[in-house]
Design a protein around this ligand. Sequence first.
Ligand SMILES: [Ca+2]
Ligand SMILES: [Ca+2]
Length: 95
Amino acid sequence: MAQVELAVYSLLEVFHKYAAVEGDLLQLNIRELQTLLQRELPTIKQDETSTEKAMTMLDTDGNGEVDFKEFMTFIAKFALAVDMAVIRTVASSGT
Ligand SMILES: [Ca+2]
Ligand SMILES: [Ca+2]
């Protein structure tokens, strides 16, 4: 499979793996979100307050859970932030 397709399937798989743990199988509640962030995005600093902040930030329709669309919006923002950090590193290394 092509690299981008693999990445998309991988994101789908990760989302559904954590979303299906309890309650609504297609949405992440705050505990599922916390587990996903801790295990799959360990470079983001984690504590209880940050999970609550993440939930508020990700849950754009305000239903108290994170659906795949909300999760992907977050992943897109995360990717852009990583890209910016990489650009800054390359620029500051003087190469
Ligand atoms: Ca769930
Ligand atoms: Ca939501």
